[in-house]
Design a protein around this ligand. Structure first.
Ligand code: ANZ
Length: 980
């Protein structure tokens, strides 16, 4: 959505400009003073930018909209002097912002020195670094980035050494897909996108230390990603396995999960099947317990911690062996081991189920059933795990033709094949207890398998219902003295314990802990990723790690990025690169052609920022010790599980090998809320074109929706209605911003219209940082007005030709108590709200301050300087400019953040109304507990009140402490006195 539409008029009172008049009158304009000044300053680039802007403006060139010009018209200083009026601006953000961005860049203001002064406290504040997509920055990005920038600037001003870096998660699928379609090398596309992102980020004034910029695609960086892989390999934490992948025969390629939608390829809609292929796996499961336990210590949102706990999914139960029977019902040597969390229900296991991929399946299936089993396996191979479990309403399965013996009851039970059992969890086989497990109940009911009740609720009620009873309780129907087992009457817990003990004593099973967490599938059949540093000997296929000294193993150049068609990754086409020699044996070998997943580079980038250019080590020990852990890590909730879990896993491995000094990488994680598109109002019409009120039908889908502009909408009570017909209710909804809906807001447009400070402020002011919020253009106008008011308070209104004068309006006066009170209240609030990441309420406090300051006659420098310091983390460009106009030669960025003085926070005085003969004649400021006598003395000294009191006889005084002083004059004696 292009936001340069006519709705944007922050100053609706200004007369609309006539475009032609503007074109005409502007040509005669001389250069603005600022522009001349720029020449004097020997700053040709600045001057030329201004000159370009000036001319664009003068000639009404495209690129600057009328609304932009309108929006910059503001309080005119002298109406009479208006001719020829061109442009009066709210404040000159378009000059200030590039000026200070250039200043920061030239002075490397935000560089964190390489050698840190360890005597100072540190603060490491990190954004989840972006994937530089072709779409450029989205308004969602600056939400988190502004918050971290405020924190970084605030902490710098509080004397911390701040590490606030930015980099690029630059390997990824879109660049590769684009390469396949257009032949453009992914590196080119990626670098182009990085450049665009960089200039966009710079235009927002973020205080990143750009000297530390890293990109995961640079060999100097991925050298260390590969190094970590080798450390994992050395410790047995990286291994190879045959794992099912999404294979698309039509495209001849393996697809990532996100490229498969409803069982077909996203591109082309071709069927996708699950096919086992050799893959690299990382043994994250070896760290499952630690990943779980250490969550407790983290200052992370509870919701994320819970998601990680569920993802790890620790489950305690038992493995129990069931003996397979031959066709005559005799025990064979074959055993099926099941995993169960309810060993107490084992007497109720009336059948077994194995997953379609169960390895022993082909040896147990009967000849008669073979064909149907194979058919079933083929169908199941096309389904994802999610489709087989959560999404599958109707259970499916096929009898294997074979039986096993329930080891406790001794009864033969059928073995079924069903896809609701996953090969990848537990043992890939289950004992099915239809009376007490809902899935088994559905299945048994459908296939007419006996249901045996073995648990009753504690109250002993009859439980034979149409549904499974899955709770715990008292065991029934569970005794077989032939095997020495009687668990009847025991509680579920006691029974489970007894069954495990029995199984262990009889060699039939053992206690077992399982995790939902799977080992991490680490291979991708892709070009645009880090090469995996392993070679295979041609004669034996033995895998050999590349020597650490040979890293980085660089990605070879390729012209053809299309899949090979055989499932071999695109890298296999780089024959010159694939063929190699094993340096230790001299034997011919081939390189691994799978690459690493995108997660790899983002797993550890926070470490490299601490020491980004170190060629010899992943990170210098002392630097790591100083900067670790990341103090605040801000990003989207979509990374709650995978990225954050993978990083924690690698970090723990690095901790075990002594590379890092902390057990956890990120002390505090904060998720910013998402920004939804502007509210869309929809009105509905029937086929004859008549409006239908949204409340008159439950089936609005049957009518024709029409999106209408806000101008045609008015609020009526809780609802929105058509302005022209208030009987017609509308629907008002915010949607996720997306290209297809056309509701994407481009931050560049907002910056050119209102300036970066306004965008920063608006994103922080939209609502609580962690909540979802709806974009609203008039909201930006509001904060932009606040900034304009702040500017005009301190600098004054523009001169008639639209230029603001130099310097400020501040005076050297001593601040009054009232002013100090307003300031220190503001300091307290802004400080507390930044610390609590409640940025929106911090802004409200500054707005209150500006409102109060507009009532003052004088603006003491001390007060205004302190306010500018408070404003600087939020609106750094304006703050720098004001700071410099206040006479400071250096950047505001390292000035001390103001501290509130408690003296001014105490509400120690009150304003007391004073009445004379019952009529309020004025007020006095008194101490809270002030006595009647003191109040009266103050009233008599007050300039205004003394006129009424001077020398007059007083009949009585009525004093209500803290509320009022009423002085009743003695009129009689006054009259008598006058006669005398
Ligand atoms: C018998 C039983 C009786 C079960 C009962 C549950 C309730 P969690 O907690 O998720 O670990 N199961 C085991 N392996 C499976 C697999 N590969 N695919 C699908 N289901 C599997 O769940 C463990 C329970 O899920 C196990 O306990 C097993 O069913 C099933 F009243 O065994 B139970």
């Amino acid at each position: 959505m292009n936001i340069t539409h006519t709705k944007l008029q922050p100053f609706p009172l200004s007369p609309p400009l006539n475009h032609r008049a503007l074109l005409f009158s502007s040509k005669s304009l001389s250069l603005p003073r600022k522009l001349k000044h720029a020449h004097v300053k020997n700053s040709p680039s600045f001057a030329s930018t201004l000159y370009r802007k000036h001319t664009l403006l003068s000639y009404g060139c495209s690129g600057i909209s009328i609304s932009r010009i309108r929006s910059s018209i503001s309080g005119v200083e002298d109406e009479k002097q208006q001719k020829p009026v061109l442009v009066k601006r709210a404040y000159p953000f378009d000059e200030i912002e590039p000026k200070w961005q250039r200043y920061w860049e030239e002075n490397r203001t935000f560089r964190t020195p390489d050698d840190v002064d360890a005597s100072k406290p540190k603060y490491y504040v990190l954004d989840m670094f972006p994937y530089p997509s072709g779409a450029g920055l989205h308004v969602g990005h600056p939400l988190g980035y502004t918050a971290t920038d405020i924190l970084a600037r605030f902490k710098r001003m509080q004397g911390y050494n701040v590490l606030h870096p930015m980099g690029w998660d630059a390997f990824g699928l879109p660049a590769e897909q684009y390469a396949i379609e257009t032949g453009t090398h992914p590196k080119l596309t990626t670098l182009r996108n990085i450049n665009r992102f960089t200039s966009q980020l710079k235009s927002l004034g973020f205080s990143y230390d750009w000297d530390r910029e890293i990109s995961t695609i640079e060999p100097e960086y991925y050298k260390w990603t590969q190094w970590i892989f080798l450390q994992l390999l050395k410790r047995g934490l990286a291994y190879q396995a045959e794992v099912p992948v999404n294979w698309c025969p039509a495209l001849g390629t393996v697809l990532a999960n996100e490229e498969v939608v409803d069982g077909v390829s996203e591109r082309g809609g071709h069927p996708v099947i699950r096919k086992p292929m050799r893959q690299w796996m990382l043994k994250i499961t070896a760290y499952a317990d630690r990943l779980l336990e250490d969550l407790d210590e983290l200052d992370w949102p509870e919701s994320i911690k819970e998601m990680q706990r569920n993802w790890i999914g620790r489950s305690e139960g038992a493995e129990v062996e069931f003996c397979v029977l031959d066709s005559d019902g005799r025990e064979t040597d074959m055993k099926i081991t099941v995993y169960t969390t309810r060993p107490d229900t084992i007497f109720g296991a009336t059948y077994l189920v194995v997953a379609p991929e169960y390895t022993l399946l082909s040896s147990i299936v009967s000849i008669k059933q073979r064909e149907s089993v194979e058919e079933y396996q083929e169908i199941a191979s096309r389904k994802s795990d999610l489709e087989r479990t959560e999404l599958q309403k109707e259970k499916t399965g096929v009898f294997s033709g074979c039986y096993a013996k329930n080891p406790t009851s001794g009864e033969p039970i059928p073995i079924w094949v069903a896809d609701y059992v996953l090969a990848s969890y537990g043992t890939g086989a289950i004992m099915a207890v239809p009376a007490h497990d809902a899935r088994d109940h559905d299945f048994a009911s459908k296939f007419d398998i006996p249901i045996k009740w073995v648990v009753t609720p504690n109250n002993g009620n009859c439980i034979e219902t149409v549904k499974a009873y899955s709770g715990e309780g008292i065991i029934i129907n569970s005794s077989n003295m032939n095997v020495g087992l009687d668990i009847n009457g025991l509680s579920s817990k006691e029974a489970a314990y007894k069954i495990i003990e029995w199984a262990e004593n009889n060699g039939k099973g053992k206690k077992k802990v399982n995790y939902k967490l799977r080992d991490w599938l680490f291979s991708r059949q892709r070009y645009w990723g880090e090469p995996i540093p392993v070679i295979f000997l041609e004669d034996s296929d033995e895998s050999i790690p590349v020597l650490e000294t040979e890293l980085p193993l660089t990605l070879p150049e390729l012209d053809d990025f299309t899949p090979s068609g055989t499932g071999e990754p695109p890298l296999s086409k780089a024959v010159f690169w694939v063929k190699t020699i094993d340096p230790s044996s001299g034997k011919p070998a081939t390189r691994e052609t799978n690459t690493m997943p995108q997660w790899a580079g983002s797993c550890w980038y926070y470490l490299r920022f601490m020491d980004p250019k170190n060629p010899n080590e992943i990170v210098d020990k002392a630097k790591e010790k100083y900067w670790s852990p990341v103090d605040v890590y801000v990003g989207g909730a979509e990374h709650a599980v995978l990225h954050l879990l993978y990083s924690r896993f690698w970090h723990k491995v690095l901790y075990d090998i002594g590379v890092v000094s902390t057990k956890e990488p990120f002390k505090c994680v904060i998720n910013q809320g998402i920004i939804l598109g502007e509210v869309q109002y929809t009105v509905y019409k029937d086929t004859d074109g008549n409006y239908i009120s949204a409340d008159s039908s439950d089936e609005l889908g049957e009518y024709l929706p029409e999106i209408i502009p806000e101008e045609r909408v008015v609020k009526s009570g809780e609802f929105f209605v058509l302005k022209e017909n208030p009987n017609i209710q509308l629907t008002a909804r915010s949607h996720k911003m997306s290209k297809s809906r056309g509701n994407v807001v481009n931050p560049d447009d907002v910056v050119s219209e209102f300036g970066a400070d306004s965008l920063r402020l608006y994103e922080m002011f939209m609502g609580p940082f962690r909540d979802s919020k709806t974009w609203n253009t008039s909201g930006i106008e509001g904060v932009h007005r606040f900034l304009g008011r702040t500017w005009r308070l301190i600098v004054g209104s523009p001169l008639h030709h639209g230029v603001f004068r130099d310097g400020t309006l501040v005076t050297d006066e001593e601040p009054t108590t009232e002013q100090l009170r307003a300031l220190h209240k503001c300091i307290t609030k802004v400080t507390e709200e930044i610390e609590g990441t409640r940025f929106n309420t911090g802004i409200s406090a500054m707005m209150e301050f500006i409102n109060a300051a507009y009532k003052w006659d004088k603006l003491p420098k001390a007060i205004i300087e302190a306010f500018v310091l408070l404003l600087s983390p939020y609106a750094p460009h304006m703050a720098e400019e004001l700071w410099s106009r206040l006479g400071h030669p250096d950047s505001i960025s390292y000035e001390a953040f103001p501290k509130a003085d408690p003296v001014y926070l105490k509400e120690s005085t009150i304003v007391l109304p004073v009445q004379i003969n019952g009529k309020t004649r004025g007020t006095i400021e008194v101490e809270k507990g002030c006595s009647e006598e003191d109040a009266f003395t103050l009233a008599s000294q007050d300039e205004k009140l003394s006129k009424y009191l001077d020398g007059k006889p007083i009949k009585k005084r009525i004093f209500v402490p803290g509320k009022i002083l009423n002085v009743i004059l003695d009129r009689q004696s006054a009259k008598a006195g006058s006669i005398q």
